[in-house]
Design a protein around this ligand. Structure first.
Ligand SMILES: Nc1ncnc2c1ncn2[C@@H]1O[C@H](COP(=O)(O)OP(=O)(O)OP(=O)(O)O)[C@@H](O)[C@H]1O
Length: 578
């Protein structure tokens, strides 16, 4: 969450880009408000004229004057609203684009900590909450406030005592606002948090659908989502209840104010005609005329405040730390991958890596093995620059991964992780994610190199077949092949492989392993060996246990040494003779 001050700084910086439009919008709104109070004046003067015995033709004049003022007010408020919407929509577009850009460039750890639901609700619900007020509540509230200001000035100009009578409503109104504001801010924050939690519950339920079905967890999931929904509903009800109280108290203030204006008018007319009846009429009408816009303001106030909370969440996102887009100018000299003294903890309490040092010479293929939870995936993620170690360095060709911007980083190192995401769209677009300049021949060559050409050509529309959500569903092994093909297309000199999908011993696993091995040729490759057959092929094996490197060397040498690797190998062979 950003502070209100940070939001103000951001808003000013955006508004400064187009100051004239905002200035003209303000000017038009002020003149429109002046035109709106002209009919009230005209009516008041009519009262005096009628009392003085003016002819009926005077009414025709009044109608003409009111007509002209109405047309002018309509045109000017239209122009002011148009300009304000223009400014508002530009600000909103900027906000939306920057928020999305930041969401996409957030460090993986931040996304994991905040949850995808929270992020989704920021770029969806929060943007929608602001969009609702930008085109509507903001211009309307601005006109209402201008109208209120001008009306008070007009009432004071008739007689200062009338003005003081009208002012009675101001401290009372402020008291109501001061009662409402401190409770509504936290209330809206709680409401947005509850809505995020509901989105999170829905998203995780949907994403984990296969697991939910597999373990018959439907009822648990429904009750989890239902709890989150109830919380959101309760928060919204609380907010609405408080709003109703706020509006009721606001009404009371307005009627007290009107009573004060009428009372003062009565005394001033009675005691020596200090003001005329017409002027008393003007003052009362002006004050009464404020009721409707003020009521609108009170209702929009709710939306504006909710939008303010949303703005704080979005500016918070915009101000959060991003992955660096561009780095220092230093580029790796070669493809040497050097991990030195890596220490890492996910929760800041339990260390997962203890001084891990692994060096891969250019073109060397190194397998990382170890029991479950040893820290292999963590090392792979650090080597790929997806997470930053708490201490120690990760370098490619002598350059710190943190000093490479995200685009340079991905030109030099590519990771194939355990979860390969297939984006929905034609298959060739999925492949081109890795290299948008890849032509037809390059795509086919990559598919051939990873052994996927056969099944791709057999798809209903070949490489143009729609895949991903709503399209043709690729199997896990096929998705891995697509990931390998992307690696070929990206042509990064360093590759990190952490796939674990193919079932050990199956023909699919052997085939995938073969192609992965081929693709890694000529690259510096760190392979998290979930199947030890992957380790046997590598140039060197590093054994990790409880976050420490315990053994290192070529497969055969480690077997002869009879240490931890030999134990793992024996267990592996016993489990899977293939
Ligand atoms: N996102 C996370 N948040 C908190 N702890 C985590 C996270 N990911 C992994 N861990 C913990 O860090 C430790 C190392 O996990 P890691 O996944 O790196 O091990 P691994 O050797 O790759 O295991 P596996 O072979 O099962 O994938 C484990 O204790 C794990 O529970």
């Amino acid at each position: 969450m950003a502070t209100s001050r940070q939001c103000g700084v951001w808003l000013r910086s955006v508004l400064r880009r187009d100051p004239w439009r905002a200035a003209f919008a303000t000017l038009f709104a002020v003149v429109a408000a002046a035109a709106i109070i002209v009919p009230v004046y005209v009516l008041g003067r009519l009262v005096d004229d009628v009392l003085a015995g003016a002819p009926t033709s005077r009414i025709v004049m009044v109608i003409v004057q009111i007509g002209i003022a109405a047309i002018a007010a309509g045109l000017l408020s239209g122009a002011a609203t148009y300009l304000m919407c223009h400014v508002g929509e530009t600000v909103l577009a900027n906000l939306r684009e920057r928020a999305l850009e930041h969401a996409l460039l957030l460090p993986v750890r931040t996304v994991e900590r905040a949850g995808k639901g929270d992020l989704l609700s920021r770029v969806n619900d929060d943007v929608a909450a602001i969009a609702r007020v930008v085109g509507n509540a903001v211009p309307a509230s601005f006109s209402s406030l201008t109208l209120a200001g001008l009306s008070f000035v007009a009432i004071f100009s008739i007689d200062y005592r009338l003005g003081l009578g009208a002012l009675v409503s101001v401290p009372l109104g402020l008291a109501v606002l001061l009662w409402y504001l401190p409770r509504s801010g936290p209330m809206f924050t709680a409401e947005r948090v509850a809505l995020s939690a509901r989105s999170q519950a829905l998203v995780s339920g949907m994403q984990g659908l296969p697991t939910v079905h597999a373990y018959g967890l439907e009822k648990d999931q429904i009750s989890y989502i239902s709890d989150a929904s109830s919380e959101a509903r309760d928060q919204m009800t609380t907010s609405f209840r408080e709003l109703t109280r706020f509006v009721a108290r606001g009404k009371l203030v307005q009627y007290i104010g009107l009573a004060a204006v009428l009372g003062v008018s009565f005394l001033l007319v009675r005691d020596g005609q200090q003001i005329s009846v017409g002027e008393a009429t003007i003052a009362a009408l002006l004050f009464h005329r404020l009721f409707l816009p003020m009521q609108g303001l009170l209702f929009s106030f709710n939306d504006i405040q909710a939008a303010g909370e949303s703005l704080r969440r979005l500016v918070g996102l915009i101000n959060s730390e991003m992955v660096r887009e561009s780095g220092t100018s230093a580029l790796p000299e070669d493809s040497r991958l050097e991990l030195r003294n890596l220490e890492f903890s996910y929760d800041g309490v339990k260390p997962v890596l203890h001084g891990v040092t692994i060096t891969l010479e250019p073109g060397e293929r190194v397998a990382l093995v170890g029991s479950t939870g040893a820290g292999k995936t963590t090392v792979a993620a650090i080597a790929a620059g997806s997470i930053t170690p708490n201490s120690g360095t990760a370098r490619i060709g002598g350059v710190n991964l943190g000093d490479l911007g995200v685009y340079d980083l991905r030109r030099h190192v590519v990771i194939i992780s355990q979860e390969v995401h297939v984006f929905s769209g034609p298959l060739f677009e999925d492949l081109r994610l890795a290299n948008r300049f890849a032509d037809h021949d390059a795509l086919y060559a990559a598919l051939r190199q990873v052994g996927a050409l056969g099944w791709v050509e057999a798809l209903p529309e070949g490489i143009a077949t729609m895949v991903g959500e709503g399209g043709y569903q690729l199997s896990a092994a096929q998705a891995q092949q697509i990931a390998l093909a992307r690696l070929v297309l990206a042509d990064a000199p360093v590759a990190i492989l952490d796939e674990a999908t193919a079932e050990a011993g199956s023909a699919g696993a052997r085939e995938l392993e073969h192609y992965a091995y081929e693709v890694m040729k000529g690259r510096t490759a760190l392979i998290v060996a979930h199947r030890l057959t992957q380790a046997a092929r590598a140039d060197r094996v590093v054994v990790l246990e409880e976050g420490r490197v315990v053994e290192e060397g070529p497969h055969k040498e480690l077997l002869q040494r009879g240490g931890r690797y030999a134990e793992l190998w024996e267990a592996w062979e016993g489990r899977s003779p293939a």
